[in-house]
Unconditional design. Structure first.
Length: 318
């Protein structure tokens, strides 16, 4: 009996110690893994948020770029980290693609969701003056299948954006070229190596003089580019594909740590200077936490799954 009571007592003490440690979080710098190259849009976004978040957390935030495999490299690094709240992942809808396309063995369910922060819809782009409209592009693609080159990151959201455009018009068929993310895709477009691509709406800002935005993949027009029509307005299926961004921690991270980091994110999203800066980058602030954040991420997974199905790219069917 004494041994049993001693065991119960020790278990209770360990649980209380764990709770105390979580409640004291953070006691050291927090590392945020960015699953894209140094200087990426996600890093720029985080640097805007960083001062306000550090103010709330009372500890420095260390930003580490871990690019590779369509965000899989950085995401896996966080997934396999100790679940103590000191390693965090920023990612967007692109995190779902590798699993759905059969290029990864884990998905969003292998993480704790801290918060959902902002979004930007995807757009279909072409070199300025090359096509009168998205319909013109699709008509030309249908008339001469596989002759129009699409520069994309195979399996990424810019790939899905163009593939959805193709799937929306009978007979259209592009030839896909691996170029990479936004910068190399735009570079290949401007250099004439490719004719079409997909891009996050907010990432179009530096290129407005050089490329045409043919359509936005959303249910309504993008506020910063009000002249760009939606697919539905062009008589095509009503499609939404957006860079919905959220923050994740390893599965099993104490809830107190998940919540404290969400507090820091919420404070940043409510700061007027942060909001203004993010808006100038073309982002739409849409903060959610707890069950609302978890549902937003789950909904995003379904969006990518349905997009992959429509484009004939999915390797899972849930």
């Amino acid at each position: 009996m004494k041994k049993l009571l001693a065991g119960v007592f020790m278990g209770a003490m360990l649980a209380l110690a764990g709770t105390a440690q979580a409640d004291d979080y953070p006691e050291k710098p927090v590392t945020v893994i960015i699953p894209s190259a140094a200087g990426s849009s996600m890093e720029i976004q985080l640097r805007i948020m960083q001062p306000k978040m550090e103010e709330v957390l009372g500890q420095p935030i260390v930003l580490v770029a871990a690019p590779g495999a369509g965000t899989v490299t950085g995401s896996r690094q966080v997934k396999d980290s100790d679940p103590d709240g000191y390693t965090v992942l920023i990612n967007h809808l692109a995190m779902h693609s590798p699993y759905i396309l059969g290029k990864s063995d884990f998905n969003y369910k292998d993480f704790e969701v801290s918060a959902f922060t902002f979004t930007q819809p995807m757009m279909v782009m072409a070199k300025k003056g090359a096509y009168d409209s998205l319909i013109d592009l699709l008509e030309q693609s249908a008339a001469a299948p596989d002759t129009i080159l699409a520069g994309v990151n195979i399996g990424g959201l810019n790939h899905l954006a163009v593939a959805l455009a193709q799937a929306s018009y009978k007979g259209a068929s592009f030839r896909y070229i691996q170029t990479g993310g936004t910068v190399p895709s735009v570079t290949s477009l401007l250099g004439g190596q490719t004719q079409v691509g997909g891009i996050g709406a907010g990432e179009t800002m530096p290129y407005v003089e050089d490329i045409d935005m043919l359509a936005v993949l959303d249910h309504q027009r993008y506020p910063q580019a009000p002249d760009v029509p939606t697919f539905a307005e062009l008589g095509l299926p009503d499609i939404r594909l957006a860079l919905d961004t959220a923050f994740f921690m390893p599965k099993g991270t104490p809830q107190a740590a998940v919540d404290k980091f969400a507090d820091a994110l919420e404070a940043a999203m409510e700061d007027s200077k942060v909001q203004d800066s993010l808006t100038k980058l073309g982002l739409v602030v849409d903060f959610r936490r707890d069950e609302a954040a978890q549902q937003a991420v789950a909904d995003g997974y379904q969006v990518v799954l349905e997009a992959a199905k429509a484009a004939g790219l999915n390797k899972v069917d849930e």
